[in-house]
Design a protein around this ligand. Structure first.
Ligand SMILES: Cc1cc2nc3c(=O)[nH]c(=O)nc-3n(C[C@H](O)[C@H](O)[C@H](O)COP(=O)(O)O)c2cc1C
Length: 360
């Protein structure tokens, strides 16, 4: 049996942003009783590896909502919280923040501390919970996916990805797909949790949160991050996944979490992300030509990059959103096609919400 070496309290050591309510606990208990009653004798319990990294605790809270029903249904969950050898700061000093961009884009992640997973451990399913940093997976998740140990754990396994970020996760997810495939894993489902604030507001509230630690309402804009009710509602995925695992659906090759509004893609953001990725690609190579992450030689060019970033956010981004809005009638069918494609594999449909979303 695989011991659960890490607990939620460890995963939340960065101060939880959110507390599970007694209503949710009662709902989870009700579901446990139901799942025990409905379990057939031949139901096989599964071993699930969950890999997580969160600085504020937001992603850990969402991950905990997913894991709760799995554990309640009797499945064995090993929660592995990634620990970089040198921890990343929070809140981020502005210089460290921009200095992280080139390595995020070039997937050059600093090493992690050894994992707490026994060498002979074998899992039926792997869940990867990650943040987006500069349109790429956060560096701790990149380090895991590029490490021999991470690749061994993923090889031949069904994989579910879970992202929580501001709202730009499409490019990062493309990279995740690539890294998972390179490790021999099979991506089966993808869940995305984003800030529901207006993109122009979150361009201010997310950097404010990350750079100062302040998350509250600011100048009439809503608090940064994923809304508390969205976090609670994440347990629907745990309940649906527990049922899918009880029915051995992880072996079928099909998505297990459709009909639960797993993702909602704004295809206009996809266009902005593509432009951003291209620009970051050029900047990341240029900045790395000046030195390594943390070296003073990089500081002058980082300053130029920071000015470029702020100018883009204040000018090009609103202009591009406005142009896309103006031309949206012409682009409509193209954008719809793009949306359907980008929402794969789990999709934005809602046909299973009534069955699994107890927060409704
Ligand atoms: C260095 C850095 C870069 C980020 N870049 C993006 C980004 O490109 N797109 C996005 O949607 N969110 C971005 N974010 C926000 C994170 O994805 C995440 O929501 C935030 O750091 C809080 O995560 P946590 O609560 O799990 O610690 C960035 C955050 C950091 C620290």
């Amino acid at each position: 049996m695989i011991a659960d070496k890490l607990t939620f309290s460890q995963a939340r050591r960065h101060k939880p942003s959110f507390k599970v309510t007694s209503a949710v606990a009662a709902a989870a208990h009700r579901h446990l009783v139901e799942s025990l009653v409905n379990q057939s004798p031949e139901t096989s319990l599964k071993r699930i590896l969950v890999v997580n990294f969160s600085q504020t605790g937001q992603l850990s809270d969402i991950t905990a909502q997913l894991i709760g029903p799995l554990r309640n249904a009797g499945h064995q969950v090993h929660l592995e919280t990634l620990q970089p050898e040198t921890s990343f700061p929070f809140p981020w000093p502005i210089i460290d923040f921009v200095d992280a961009m080139p390595e995020c884009i070039q997937l050059d992640a600093p090493p992690l501390k050894p994992l707490s997973i026994p060498l002979d451990a074998d899992f039926d399913l792997v869940i990867l919970s990650y943040q987006v940093w500069f349109l790429s997976p956060g560096l701790p998740m990149t380090a895991f996916l590029k490490s021999p140990e991470g690749q061994r754990l993923i090889h031949g396994k069904p994989v579910i990805t879970l992202v929580a970020c501001r709202n730009m996760w499409l490019s990062a997810q493309e990279t995740m797909q690539r890294l998972i495939a390179a490790a021999g894993g099979q991506l089966r489902d993808h869940l995305a949790f984003t800030d529901r604030g207006h993109p122009l507001a979150t361009f201010i509230t997310t950097p404010r949160w990350v750079l100062t630690g302040k998350r509250d309402c600011f100048l009439g804009m809503p608090p940064a991050g994923v809304a508390p009710d969205e976090i609670i509602a994440a347990s629907r995925f745990g309940r649906a996944l527990a049922d899918a695992l009880n029915n051995d659906q992880e072996k079928t090759g099909h998505p297990m979490l459709t009909g639960l509004r797993a993702v909602t893609v704004n295809p206009r953001l996809a266009i902005s992300e593509r432009a951003g990725r291209r620009a970051f690609g050029v900047w990341s190579r240029l900045i790395r030509a000046f030195g390594k992450r943390g070296q003073w030689q990089r500081r002058p060019i980082l300053l130029v990059f920071a000015i470029y970033l702020i100018t883009m956010v204040l000018t090009v981004v609103p202009t591009s959103l406005l142009l896309q809005w103006l031309f949206s009638p012409l682009l409509k069918s193209r954008l719809e096609g793009l949306r359907t494609q980008l929402e794969l594999p789990s999709g934005s449909q809602e046909f299973n919400l009534e069955k699994y979303d107890q927060s409704r």
